[in-house]
Design a protein around this ligand. Structure first.
Ligand code: PEP
Length: 243
């Protein structure tokens, strides 16, 4: 039985005052039926950790230390209080030119220090229009996930690029088809027993109003939530829909 995971991606938003959001999420779910994770900017992990909501990073460097100005090592995220890290988000793939091999190296770095790797995959609108969704997602799943994946160290987030921050979502059937495809690819590579335990999140314009329908789709084990995770009321509504 896969426990649902609701993960918030704050992107480059928030401040120390955002602790109020964390507190409001914690207070609304004293005994959550689902796992809750918030991924704030790296500078906020330490100040916001220890308030009862698990913290994650949004990226890490493959190396544990060295001359990499502006980067953060997985070990540093861990020391700050993170238990997970988002990797290969489409904004990093687009804005920083990250490819599958780099994402795979980052996932190995996450595992090196015991962080859960949340590996993001998803097609662009042009890919979808050209009928290439499964081809693109299949290539990203194959290239971005290292050998050795288990339900304890990997979560895969399916995030169609065109659905992120746009208010648009694929149909429930389309979400289900891609999630089933990802599960099949994981099964071929890691075996059915392992694949059955790995959680697959949907991400892209998840809101309180559409969350319950999305969580009802087979093989959807939670959500990666951007904009709606910045407001406690909205994030709480999504968490409640998953429970
Ligand atoms: C995201 O950035 O991972 C995301 C899903 O954003 P939004 O929920 O705002 O579409």
């Amino acid at each position: 039985m896969r426990r649902k995971l609701i993960a918030g991606n704050w992107k480059m938003n928030g401040s120390r005052e955002s602790g109020a959001v964390i507190d409001a999420v914690r207070d609304a779910h004293p005994e959550p039926a689902v796992e809750i994770l918030v991924c704030p900017p790296a500078t906020l992990i330490a100040p916001l950790a220890g308030r009862g909501i698990a913290m994650g990073g949004q990226d890490c460097h493959p190396e544990p230390e060295g001359a990499h100005t502006g980067d953060v090592a997985a070990e540093m995220l861990r020391e700050a209080g993170a238990v997970a890290v988002i990797l290969g988000h489409s904004e990093r793939r687009a804005e920083h030119g990250e490819g599958d091999a780099l994402v795979e190296a980052k996932a190995r770095a996450a595992w090196r220090t015991g962080l859960l790797a949340i590996v993001c995959v998803g097609e662009s609108e042009a890919d979808r229009d050209a009928g290439r969704t499964l081809e693109v997602v299949g290539r990203q799943v194959a290239g971005s996930i290292p050998d050795g994946a288990t339900p304890d160290n990997l979560v895969v987030a399916y995030e169609p690029v065109w659905a992120i921050g746009t208010g648009r979502t694929p149909s429930l059937e389309e979400i289900g088809a891609v999630h089933a495809f990802i599960r099949e690819k994981l099964s071929e590579r890691f075996g059915a027993g392992t694949s059955d335990g790995i959680r697959l999140l949907y991400g892209g314009s998840v809101k309180p109003a559409n969350a319950a329908d999305i969580f009802g789709v087979p093989d959807v084990d939670g959500a990666l939530v951007g904009g709606a995770s910045l407001k406690a009321e909205d994030f709480n509504g999504i968490i409640a829909a998953a429970g």
